[in-house]
Design a protein. Structure first.
Length: 690
């Protein structure tokens, strides 16, 4: 097959993924919503989520237009940046759409999961997982379809083939440069969506916990708590829409980085007439991943009386099967295209590395294992010791992922150079369609538990939804591992592509400009995390004051004879997120450009090195510390070390409150920060030469 035909095969896989999302979304919508009270609660959550998303997208549309104009007016001699501006807009739209699709079905699946959990644990998992799979397939479908369509359009426009599948090197380079705008758009929207959604959900969560649990001693999702609906809305806008945009950006970024480095990887081609095949290889691997993930979702099956162990292995069966199918398909693809078989080993390395990082995160955060159990025991002596223990646990948890990434980089480079490092990230995310499904189903299950509590259903239903939620925490740890590991490999590959654009082979740390940039880059993750943590603190403060006001002023609220003003709490979280998300997002884009203009291309390279090194470890530390604090609280709530309402439980709630923005706002957003600064450097690189 020629390059043209291969591109259309990739486009077809993207269309197939979107067809799957339509099919599964329709199936979820047909399931029974349960009682009128359950349906009413779900409607409030869906309306609040859509209200937030509309407000967020209004703000982001202004940003997209401004940046597109900036890109258009910075056009170079061949007007490439004008087309980059178009790619930027398309990437932004696809990223926003990925989040919207996932959130739309999640707000349908939550109440239907609750109703299914009235029957059995397995029935609840089936609907929750179906809702998550819509998000997973929507992300990979839009990513592959967007990239491959732009490649086909620009390839035909600029004539990237000279005949017999031989690449026109100058035009190929131009097309790849233009397509980087797609990744720039995806990264920009992902950062704002992750930060905005994270601020929203954690402001509501912290407000609900501190006033409801600690001060009033009522359950987490008690309908008397004014922040309850806002908290459930936050699960959707942060953990679904924000996460969807986040992983869409990771997925696209890994493919773009590999494609950008393909031109320099000619030693991997056994036939000089197949240069375009190497460029298309990461897109083809992603396509194989789509087919494999779809098959994997149909293997996730449970019985009516499945226990937690069977549920977990049901999900893992789908993931492992998808990974095995990717490897078989990749081996066949390498042989069919007559490329170096080392590329197969690189994809294998990526898959294994992602699984190892995810397993390490699961070990340090799940209360099935000793680290979190020991952390919960530290609540015996109060909040201070559980805080110290959580920070220490988060720090030590960076060792295994750090070593895994170093080994993966080393082996990938040995097999296929810098191209291999980028391709390992593609391999790691090749099964994103199903791994994201197992991650996105968690917020659906969390919402289902909230609806069960607010609708006053049988306690057995809440026990089942809590079991699904606990399972979601375990699978989310794996998802975060994939996201963090791929972020580092992708950022490194983008930095390598940047070095080619600015024609700098080596960044010498003894060069004062490189050292200056390195220090600025090392500062960036800390500054970014500080801004987002403080933003959550301010928004949570406003929420706490509002919840206290309602308990104080609404007569009969605490007794259950009056209704809370849920809309006011939702509005406070929305306004806080809109206000606070702007500055961190702008800094992430402006700082690399300023450093490049003022200090030069060498300093910007140093900035990327510094940010990748500190951001990688900081992201892991925050994600795992936050996850451990959360599950230490859940371990105590399950009846251990005092149980609910005890002093130990209060101490654990304090740890969980601090851990919430760690694991759901600042930590995940650091992944995007690393890639966004790298893609900004790549897009604007020509401006910094000389």
């Amino acid at each position: 097959m020629t390059a043209d035909q291969l591109v259309y095969l990739v486009i077809g896989s993207g269309v197939l993924a979107l067809a799957y999302t339509f099919f599964k979304s329709s199936w979820v919508a047909k399931q029974d919503v349960g009682t009128p009270k359950m349906a009413n609660i779900s409607t409030h959550i869906a309306d609040g989520a859509m209200s937030f998303l509309k407000a967020e997208y209004r703000v982001l549309s202004i940003f997209v237009v401004c940046v597109a104009i900036l890109l258009g007016f910075s056009a170079d001699a061949d007007k490439s940046h004008m087309v980059i501006a178009v790619s930027f807009i398309v990437g932004a739209l696809c990223s926003g759409l990925a989040g919207y699709i996932g959130m739309k079905v999640a707000t349908k699946a939550n109440v239907r999961t609750t109703n299914a959990a009235r029957k059995s644990l397995g029935a609840g998992l089936e609907i929750a997982f179906a809702g998550g799979s819509v998000m997973g397939m929507g992300v990979v479908g839009l990513g592959v379809l967007g990239l491959s369509s732009l490649f086909a359009i620009y390839g035909n426009t600029f004539d990237i083939q000279t005949g017999d599948n031989l690449a026109n090197v100058d035009n190929v380079t131009r097309v790849i440069t233009i397509i980087t705008g797609f990744s720039f758009g995806a990264s920009s929207i992902a950062l704002f969506a992750r930060v905005g959604g994270g601020i929203y959900t954690k402001a509501a969560d912290v407000g609900a916990d501190l006033v409801g649990k600690v001060e009033q001693g009522i359950p987490e999702d008690d309908p008397r708590n004014p922040a309850t609906v806002a908290d459930n809305v936050g699960d959707n806008v942060g953990d679904v829409a924000g996460m969807g945009a986040d992983l869409f950006e990771s997925y696209v970024g890994s493919i773009i980085a590999t494609v950008a480095l393909a031109a320099a990887a000619t030693t991997l081609i056994s036939d000089s007439t197949k240069e375009l095949d190497l460029i298309l290889f990461p897109l083809l691997v992603a396509s194989i991943g789509i087919f494999s993930s779809i098959i994997g979702t149909f293997l996730v099956r449970t019985g009516e009386k499945a226990d937690m162990g069977r549920l977990l292995w049901s999900l893992r069966t789908g993931i492992f099967a998808a990974g095995a199918l990717v490897l078989v398909g990749t081996a066949g693809l390498v042989l069919y295209l007559d490329l170096d078989f080392n590329l197969f080993w690189v994809v294998l390395i990526g898959l294994v590395a992602g699984q190892l990082i995810g397993t390490a995160s699961e070990y340090y955060t799940s209360y099935e294992y000793s680290p979190t159990k020991k952390l919960a025991e530290q609540s015996e002596t109060g909040p201070a010791t559980i805080m110290i223990g959580g920070l220490g646990l988060g720090m030590v948890s960076t060792v295994i992922p750090g070593v895994v990434v170093v080994v993966a980089m080393w082996l990938s480079f040995e097999f296929a150079g810098l191209y291999g490092v980028a391709l390992a990230a593609v391999g790691m995310l090749s099964t994103l369609g199903i791994t994201l499904a197992t991650d996105a189903y968690g917020p659906v299950a969390d919402n289902a538990g909230g609806i069960a509590e607010q609708a006053s259903l049988d306690p057995e239903v809440r026990e089942r939804t809590d079991a699904l939620d606990s399972l979601g925490n375990t699978t989310a740890a794996t998802g975060k591992g994939f996201a963090i590991g791929s972020a580092v490999l992708t950022a490194l590959a983008l930095m390598a592509a940047y070095s080619q654009v600015v024609k700098i082979d080596v960044f010498n740390i003894m060069d004062i400009k490189v050292m200056m940039g390195l220090i600025v880059g090392a500062i960036m993750p800390f500054l970014f995390a500080a801004l987002t943590m403080q933003a959550v603190g301010r928004a949570a403060y406003a929420m706490v004051q509002e919840v206290r006001r309602q308990f104080r002023e609404i007569k009969g609220l605490l007794e259950g004879t009056a209704d809370a003003d849920y809309a006011r709490a939702v509005d406070i979280s929305t306004q806080g997120a809109m206000k606070e998300m702007v500055l961190p997002g702008i800094i992430a884009i402006v700082v690399p450009i300023v450093v490049g203009i003022v200090l030069g291309a060498e300093a910007l390279g140093g900035l990327l090195i510094g940010s990748i090194a500190t951001g990688f470890l900081f992201a892991i530390m925050m994600a795992n510390a936050g996850g451990a604090w959360d599950n230490a609280k859940k371990y105590i709530e399950a009846g251990h070390i005092g149980g609910k309402g005890s002093d130990q439980h209060s101490a654990a709630v304090v740890g969980d409150t601090v851990g919430d923005p760690f694991k759901d706002t600042s930590g995940p957003a650091l992944n995007i920060l690393l890639k966004l600064m790298s893609i900004v450097a790549l897009v604007f690189g020509p401006l910094f030469i000389g």
